[in-house]
Write a protein that binds this ligand. Sequence first.
Ligand SMILES: Nc1ncnc2c1ncn2[C@@H]1O[C@H](COP(=O)(O)OP(=O)(O)OP(=O)(O)O)[C@@H](O)[C@H]1O
Ligand SMILES: [Mg+2]
Length: 495
Amino acid sequence: MVNNDNKLYVAHSDHPLVLEPKMANRHGLIAGATGTGKTVSLQVLAESFSDLGVPCFMADMKGDLSGVYKAGTLTKFIEKRQNEFGVTFDFQPYPVQFFDVYGEQGHPMRVTVKSFGVLLFSRIMSLTDTQEGVLTAVFRICEDKNLPLDDLKDLRAALNYIGQNAKEFQTDYGNISSVSVGAIQRNLLALEEQGGDQFFGLPEFKIDDFFVTERMHDIKKGMINILAADKLYNNPKLYSAFLMWLLTSIYNKLPEKGDQDKPEFIFFFDEAHLLFDDASKALLDQIEKVVRLIRSKGVGVYFITQNPMDIPENVLGQLGNKIQHALRAFTPKDQKSIKAVAQSFRTNEAFNTEKALLELETGEALISFLDEKGAPSIVERAKMLCPQGQIGPITDEERKKAIKESGLEREYRETEDRRSAYEMLIDEAKEKEKEKAKEQAAKEEEKRKKEEAKASSKVTKKSSNGIFNKILVPVIKSFLNKWLNNFLKTNKKRR
Ligand SMILES: Nc1ncnc2c1ncn2[C@@H]1O[C@H](COP(=O)(O)OP(=O)(O)OP(=O)(O)O)[C@@H](O)[C@H]1O
Ligand SMILES: [Mg+2]
């Protein structure tokens, strides 16, 4: 919740702990073993940002974040915390927009193949460097030939076409081996089977639709945008690549802002370790860069993961606001990472950080936020506030109602299949087929004409023989006869 100083009051030790709105864009981390309270802490933060008028995005892994759409109710747990903290939580619903790339639990969220880009494709299809090079060439050729790549059938058609005409493109775009094209096509098939065909296409999601506020009880609340990710989570690479695309799109949309009183937008990246598992060097560099630069555009990125050690050091080092729930120490590796996590905090003489990490109860955490000057505060052992929305999922009916009532449903429900690479290449193939047929017909016509000419020259020869036989021969014959008769007559006379 927002306190009287306009700061985010989200946890309580022996005093309220607040997150400075102007430091909220210095990113954050919510970590902890399973069941320790990460999701509820995320909800508490999201509600507080919404109270401040800041919209946010989060992926909902189990459906339990949808509860924020409804007012919460008093439980024994919450009652106990109210008494401990000396505050009363005002249960209230929050403005929510539900999205789902499969279109089942929210407005469909689509992206075109072209704007998704080669790097993320390469990531979800686990392409080798050579295959990635071929895909880069395919994207470039399509760009140069004005072939829009909207959906997966566009990409498939483009791959077929370029694969079949590889020689033609070799000089300008490099070698396009049929083996690589074949491998990409096989990966594409797998992606289609995982529902990628619903995910890629038009109308493309407009990032502006995240940046809205809604007036509730006279307060402008930031929209809480929730992506249903329970199904998407079964395809971890698609999940992480999609979230990366969203983050990059937000980055591209916003202008440089510099330091501000409060952030423009907060991006919660749940199950963040999926983003980094087997990520290529190029992708890791891109993540690091976007996280580093997006800050100056007023966007805070909060990673949620079980173990902070899952996040690469150069990203982890950028996360200034930390909520660390309990960790487990089953293996020597766990123990080592507990040491490292404890060392990442500024010590508090009042307790042993390492020990506390193992003792924390559900909804309790070690917390360090950046102070007004941007320095990390000493670590505090604190209890998180309770959400004002409902803890746990809403019913299917409630979700359906929310989706139906949102203006976005009309905008995104129906797919749009404009004339793009697939249709253009089919037409081009048909055109080529027609031309081929025309050429063939012309050749046949020529052949026929030649044969006809040959035949007619034979007829002329024959017919000239006919004239000779019919007219000349009788004339010659009669001439010879006459001459012979005269000759005989003259000879008789002489004798
Ligand atoms: N701040 C809190 N206020 C009220 N209840 C809480 C709070 N934190 C945790 N709880 C209770 O603990 C339960 C487990 O918390 P939560 O679902 O956030 O854990 P988690 O770390 O996200 O678990 P998982 O890793 O399985 O997703 C919640 O359902 C809720 O009942
Ligand atoms: Mg959770």
